[in-house]
Design a protein around this ligand. Structure first.
Ligand code: CIR
Length: 252
């Protein structure tokens, strides 16, 4: 099973939360086209797409990854650190329950954003960021340890989420742009990449990754490692501190 959960961008995307970047004009129509192109990459490779209902009153609603994290058959419904984003779950949770997954819920005072969760093998790195608190990490550990996952907390101060700084290649090598990574030594294998947008990869299969068109030198680096690298433009979503990972929840 390869399934993608997504939601179209709100016309009010430009009003979304910003933490580390300055607000700049956003072309909402271009954002919509970039989102469509992004989803098309998955469709063309045979992924089934589940779309959450539009929630135009939530400017950040397109970043569905923050609302739910899936481990095997368990979907953890998060409690986003930004109060403005909690209402997004009303239209996201029904998609998850409709797929027949088991669910668990992060409850107050815990907070957790899906963008802070990076899974490598059976290790789950969780960013301790401005969005995810200690109680969020602890709840995730309580849920996952009995299921055979090891949860490792990672400091995140230089970017919004853990995965705004690092992601992982299919072989488990963690990749990141060093100025954006608090402590690369926590990862077993770390590969520095030359561009800030190069840190975000979505694994499509064992040989293929998808990444932003904004990082051509990093794409070249990954190709020299034998990977097939697909790129797609996500400039308008990057202006809101988004990237290729946060636009979808992937179920495999
Ligand atoms: C926010 O600040 O919550 C949104 N503007 C961006 C969320 C990006 N999500 C992610 O990287 N997982």
């Amino acid at each position: 099973m390869t399934r993608l959960i997504v939601r179209p961008p709100s016309p009010h995307l430009a009003d979304g939360e910003l933490t580390h970047l300055d607000r700049v004009p956003v072309d909402a129509a271009l954002a919509r086209r970039q989102w469509e192109d992004y989803v098309a990459v998955f469709r063309e490779r045979g992924w089934t797409v589940s779309e959450a209902a539009t929630a135009d009153e939530h400017p950040d609603g397109v970043f569905v990854e923050d609302g739910v994290v899936v481990f095997d058959r368990l979907a953890v419904i998060t409690r986003p650190g930004a109060p403005s984003r909690r209402g997004e779950l009303d239209t996201l949770v029904p998609v998850v329950t409709g797929l027949g997954l088991d669910t668990a819920v992060i409850e107050a005072p815990a907070t957790l954003d899906g963008g802070d969760v990076l899974t490598v093998g059976r290790t789950v790195y969780v960013g301790r960021s401005s969005r995810t608190n200690d109680a969020g990490v602890a709840t995730l550990r309580e849920l996952l340890a009995p299921r055979g996952w090891q949860v490792v907390a990672v400091p995140v101060t230089r970017v919004l989420h853990l995965k705004s700084g690092v992601t992982a290649l299919p072989d488990g090598t963690v990749v990141g742009h060093p100025p954006l990574v608090d402590d690369p030594t926590v990862f077993e294998r770390f590969l520095p990449v030359p561009e800030p947008e190069g840190n975000a990869v979505v694994v499509l299969d064992e040989d293929t990754v998808l990444m932003s068109a904004s990082a051509p030198r990093t794409a070249g680096l990954f190709r020299t490692r034998g990977l097939e690298v697909l790129t797609t433009p996500v400039s308008e979503l990057e202006k809101l501190e988004g990237c290729v990972t946060c636009l979808s929840v992937r179920l495999r």
